[in-house]
Ligand binder design. Structure first.
Ligand SMILES: C[S@@+](CC[C@H](N)C(=O)[O-])C[C@H]1O[C@@H](n2cnc3c(N)ncnc32)[C@H](O)[C@@H]1O
Length: 325
């Protein structure tokens, strides 16, 4: 479990309950064949955290606030005993986060495109969730010896930087911000906020604060996240080259959620748009997708189709290990 002693302790106990066919097994029964990446355990904990955050499970709220695994486990069992049916319904929902920390890695790709093309950026985010990462240029970034972005931003992303940052543009112009997601979340609504926060592990206070700060930055400039999948949306968005703008198609931790067919169609759409790109209407494909204990940050640019491994990035945006100088 990445940095959550609370959830690690609870999941150990929950696994023993499931082995022993206990009350948690009764909630999860029927999901035995769910794909591993659908992270059933985290879906259950997200459902319970939703109840804790909304005040429906006050003992759990208090135990989570204290970060006490023993007390949380007892409160969780009590909640499972009384709310099993509702939990069985809630556990159907996929884990859906919007991790703005990832912008610390993506930043270096966006700035590379802006610096190399000298053009305003047309941002197209696939799997944008609540669209918070479409506001990456409105966040402040800080690492040892490195800073970027508006210093007065409500969101300051602090991260570990390994390697030396290249010379980067100090400002960029964003011509357009658009995204797609089969289940867009509106972070401006109480329900949207609850959905996003429920999947953040309760002892990860920094991520919670970050999400709230990002939502406040985003509230000033709403973006259009269309309810659509990667394949059809990318086909529509990339139908025509856009002169005078550098189009950046990007995604972070999305690829694994696409069916093989949708992923192949989406990738083919990007590559055929790349073949039509010109110096005046360039295309970039930036993606931060899992490899091992870190994600790879890759950038392909057209015309030309040159692919670079720019960085290796922690799943929540730190550290950022720059590879291409
Ligand atoms: C782990 S979340 C990552 C969200 C965001 N990219 C981030 O880094 O915070 C994966 C996202 O992929 C979206 N997704 C799932 N299937 C998709 C599809 N077929 N096309 C586009 N996005 C999809 C999910 O709804 C979810 O918002």
């Amino acid at each position: 479990m990445i940095g959550s002693p609370l959830y690690a302790g609870i999941l150990d106990r929950a696994a023993a309950d499931v082995e022993g066919r206990g009350p948690i097994w009764k909630v999860l029964r029927g999901h035995e064949d769910d794909p591993r990446f659908s992270v059933l355990g985290l879906r259950l904990l997200g459902a319970l955290n939703r109840m804790a955050l909304s005040g429906e499970a006050p003992r759990l709220t208090a135990a989570y606030e204290q970060g006490d695994v023993g007390a949380a486990w007892e409160a969780l069992q009590a909640t499972v005993a009384t709310r099993a049916e509702e939990l069985r319904r809630l556990v159907e929902a996929p884990v859906q986060t919007n991790e703005v920390g990832r912008c610390a890695g993506l930043l270096f790709g966006f700035l590379a495109v802006a610096g190399e093309t000298g053009l305003p950026l047309r941002l197209l985010e696939v799997g944008a969730s609540a669209g918070l990462n479409l506001h990456w240029d409105r966040f402040a970034y800080a690492a040892d010896g490195f800073s970027w972005g508006p210093a007065d931003s409500a969101l300051r992303l602090e991260f570990e930087l390994e390697g030396t940052a290249p010379v980067l543009p100090s400002a960029v112009t964003i011509a357009e911000r658009r995204g797609c997601d089969p289940n867009p979340i509106d972070a401006a609504t109480p329900e949207g906020r609850l959905a996003l926060l429920s999947y953040i592990w309760p002892d990860q206070r920094q991520r919670i604060t970050r999400m709230e700060a990002a939502a406040s930055v985003a509230a000033g400039v709403p973006v259009n996240v269309e309810r659509e999948g990667a394949a059809t949306w990318s086909e529509r968005m990339l139908a025509e080259p856009t002169t005078g703008r550098a189009t950046v198609v990007y995604h972070s931790i999305v690829s694994q959620y696409l069916s093989d067919e949708e992923r192949a169609t989406f990738f083919a759409n990007v590559e055929s748009a790349g073949a039509r790109a010109t110096v005046k209407a360039p295309l970039a494909w930036l993606r931060m997708e899992p490899r091992d204990d870190r994600a790879d940050l890759r950038l392909t640019t057209w015309p030309g189709g040159e692919e670079r491994l720019l960085a290796r990035v922690g799943y929540h945006g730190t550290p950022v290990e720059l590879l291409s100088g």
